[in-house]
Write a protein that binds this ligand. Structure first.
Ligand code: ADE
Length: 419
């Protein structure tokens, strides 16, 4: 295999097309041009027309069964492929067509590990379908139809080549962009980026990015990546689910212990020292617990300080994107009714670093990282109970009926366990 500058293995592309000139210009410009000059990648183009067998160099014909347009004949296409293999060696071959799985960053990473890639560009109404049997795979660049595969081929070449060592000036940038591999199957859109000026048309760069707190900046970026993916491309999210053996705990008033146990959660009650519980659970499970609030709506602690969502799946994803989350990671669900109940200390979650808020300023305490915010219609709270919600914090008696918690837990846990 050929090597480029610095002894780095080079990647060879072979592009098969009726329009070699359409791809040549693009490949001379910018970082692609530099990568070719440095020998990190090479691109060889072949015109199907050179492999036509008649004197008119015919490469297209009408479709059997009728229909609009012409098709690329299989003969010249496969002859071009075989010629390139005989002349320059074997390659992984890709036929471009809209009728194929979509090329994405994962496919780019897979293809970037190969030494040689052949890309077949269609024209007219596409290829005679038997060409599929002569290639390794078929790919589309999206759910739209182009006049031909040349633009799609350039998309593949650029997306694949930039993952090869030596092609990008700063390889660090790959690690942080959209769809970057963060281990596992994660696919998140990248968070927003800003440059000077600090205020543009009244829009200010988020304060956290203006400061120098690197942990806060990292957290901001992770949360925004999560927010954006869910808002713009929810189908991209990794298919996370709570595993059946996940250690689950629930911080709730003692009288709910049986209900909580019936869902396979271990109840925690009494004044809870978050630091101590963290230590205990870390020792027991080998990893630190993650804390999730369960907001039951109406009069619950303010969620302004932590991201909240009515969709339990979003919250699970948030935990994953902001830190380690394995099958052993204990998850502690904190019912909102145990936070700073002014009349009882039962189930109160304390945190040495954060004094208990007063009754009018209930906030989720520090260890709570995200909140599943149940809304009234999310679990069909009977109207009678809805009317009582304002009293949730005003009594040391069970403030939310056990059967209600029962419904909420069923719903939350079954949603979290679905892929
Ligand atoms: N040829 C025409 N449209 C295409 C698409 N969307 N992807 C790949 N090749 C194509």
């Amino acid at each position: 295999m050929a090597t480029g500058a610095g002894g780095v293995m080079s990647l060879g592309f072979e592009i098969f097309t009726l329009f070699p000139e359409a791809v040549a210009g693009f490949l001379q410009a910018g970082l692609m041009g530099k990568a070719i000059t440095a020998g990190h990648i090479s691109v060889h183009t072949t015109n199907f027309r050179e492999f036509a067998s008649d004197r008119h160099r015919t490469v297209d014909d009408t479709p059997y069964g009728g229909g609009a347009g012409m098709l690329l004949k299989p003969g010249p296409v496969v002859a071009a492929l075989e010629h390139a293999v005989a002349a320059r060696g074997p390659m992984h071959t890709v036929m471009l067509t809209p009728a194929a799985p979509t090329f994405d960053q994962r496919a780019a990473r897979r293809l970037a590990t190969l030494p040689r890639i052949g890309i077949l560009c269609g024209r007219y109404e596409g290829f005679d379908d038997r060409v599929r049997d002569c290639v390794d795979e078929c790919l589309s660049i999206g759910d739209f139809v182009l006049n031909g595969g040349e633009v799609a081929a350039l998309v593949l070449v650029e997306a694949i080549a930039r993952l090869r060592q030596g092609v990008l000036g700063n390889p660090e940038s790959i690690a942080h962009e959209s769809f970057a591999e963060t281990g596992g199957d994660d696919r998140w859109l990248e968070p927003p980026h800003f440059t000077r000026p600090v205020v543009f048309r009244g829009l200010e760069v988020p304060k956290v990015l203006q400061g120098g707190n690197h942990r806060a900046i990292a957290r901001y970026r992770q949360v925004e990546a999560w927010r954006r993916t869910w808002a713009l491309r929810p189908q991209l999210r990794p298919r996370l689910r709570l595993c059946d053996e996940q250690p689950l705990y629930c911080l709730a008033p003692g009288e709910l212990a049986d209900t909580i146990k019936s869902h396979g959660l271990e109840p925690l009650s009494g004044p809870i020292d978050a630091k101590r519980v963290r230590k205990q659970l870390t020792r027991r499970h080998g990893c630190a617990p993650r804390w999730v609030g369960l907001g039951l709506g109406g009069g619950n602690p303010t969620a302004a300080s932590v991201p909240a969502s009515a969709n339990p799946k979003q919250v699970l994803d948030l935990l994953a994107v902001t830190g380690a989350l394995s099958e052993q990671t204990p998850i502690v669900l904190v019912l909102d009714q145990v936070i700073a109940s002014p009349k009882t200390d039962e189930g109160i979650l304390t945190n040495a670093a954060q004094p208990q808020p007063d009754a009018h300023q209930r906030r989720w305490p520090a260890p709570v990282e995200a909140v599943i915010q149940m809304s009234a219609d999310a679990h069909q709270i009977p109207g009678r109970e809805l009317a009582q919600r304002s009293q949730i914090y005003e009594s040391s008696q069970p403030r939310v009926p056990g059967e209600w918690i029962d419904q909420v837990l069923s719903r939350v846990l079954s949603t979290l366990r679905q892929p």
